[in-house]
Write a protein that binds this ligand. Structure first.
Ligand code: GZL
Length: 354
């Protein structure tokens, strides 16, 4: 099976119709290729009780331009986060939405107090990028009692009552982990000792990417994770963690799976400082698809990245508008993912938008 067949097989997991158009674009789209989001109906299909018509209390504006919206961003840990923040703030400006921005500084307690402040200010909607999955129920109940709909972006929450948020706009992180494993298994013939750099402890993308990757490599008895540690989605921490792993395992390591490109860049630095050739002596596979990753693939130090599109601004305001006019939204609006490697990086780097 050649690479094209592999990539087509990976794409086969997703939506076969994407193959033709996506191949023409020089990339392999897994979910849609015209930029259309895949929307999954909520499992039970019934109203979640958060539509304006179901809500008691005061009416909210239905026009985005008349809304004041609070955006609780989790922090500014790296390139992906910056791209997401810029997308949402830029789209608010384009639409004439009054956006109150709060930087959670990578601390959940700060994010919770930011959301509480939005509730006191009686904003018309809240956009929340939750740093970790748990601990949100009380403040989401406060928002619901105040008649303020909450829209989750890029990371999910673990709550007992799904009516506490309108929808989650995010990629399928489990699938991203599977795709990374698929690509690595092909590249290394199903045999590798792997170091895993995990994302922020307790964060949905870290939990789910780990799960998807582990599920997929379990199909290849020659693939084994020999070291796994959190690098907190940060380049500097990814580098430190990789230095420690190399000190213990350099002579037996074949590959690195990093939960995001920022940590992969740190790992690449550490591998080179250790006197090994990243991308050659040790294969490096990551997730996000930020510009630095494309530059590294062109340079040959990164082998593959699974895109996780951060440009969520248009999608989130479209969801807010649809909800405000009484449309019922699915609990998960899935963002498309694409796989890039050194055979495609040079062709598409010029068209990258983040
Ligand atoms: C994914 C997002 C993750 C990125 C990382 O939706 O939450 O957080 O993959 C970022 O780069 O830190």
């Amino acid at each position: 099976m050649d690479r094209g067949q592999l990539m087509a097989q990976i794409v086969g997991r997703g939506w076969a119709g994407a193959i033709g158009a996506a191949m023409a674009a020089g990339v392999l789209a897994l979910w849609g290729c015209g930029g259309e989001k895949q929307e999954k109906a909520s499992p039970d299909g019934k109203a979640d009780g958060s539509n304006p018509s179901d809500r008691g209390g005061g009416a909210r504006p239905t026009e985005l331009g008349a809304m004041t919206i609070g955006f609780s961003q989790l922090g500014a840990e790296g390139d992906w986060r910056t791209a997401e923040t810029d997308s949402i703030r830029g789209e608010a400006q384009r639409l004439g939405v009054s956006l109150k921005f709060a930087d959670g500084q990578s601390r959940q307690e700060k994010q919770i107090s930011d959301v509480k402040a939005f509730i006191l200010q009686d904003v018309d909607a809240i956009i929340l990028a939750p740093i970790v999955e748990t601990g949100w129920e009380p403040v989401l109940r406060d928002a619901k009692r105040a008649n303020i709909p909450v829209f989750l972006v890029d990371r999910g929450v673990d709550v007992s009552d799904e009516s506490l948020y309108v929808t989650l706009i995010a990629s399928d992180f489990v699938e991203e982990g599977r795709l990374a494993a698929d690509w690595m298994a092909y590249e290394l013939g199903g045999k590798a000792n792997i170091a895993e750099l995990q994302g922020t402890v307790g964060a949905a993308p870290a939990i789910d990417r780990k799960r998807g990757f582990a599920e997929e490599i379990a199909k290849h008895e020659g693939m084994k994770i020999i070291a796994s540690q959190s690098g907190d989605f940060r380049r500097s921490v990814g580098k430190e963690v990789m230095e420690g792993i190399l000190a213990a395992h350099a002579d037996e390591l074949d590959a690195v799976f990093a939960h995001n490109d920022d940590m992969a860049m740190g790992a690449i630095e550490a591998i080179a400082r250790h006197g090994l050739e990243p991308g050659v002596d040790i294969v490096v596979v990551s997730i996000d698809g930020v510009r630095a990753a494309f530059e590294a693939m062109v340079a040959g130090t990164l082998n593959c990245t699974v895109e996780c599109n951060p440009l969520l601004g248009p999608k989130v305001f479209d969801a807010i508008r649809r909800h405000a006019t009484g449309e019922e939204l699915p609990k998960w609006i899935r963002v498309e993912d694409q796989v890039f490697d050194q055979t495609t990086a040079a062709d598409v780097i010029g068209s990258r938008r983040y």
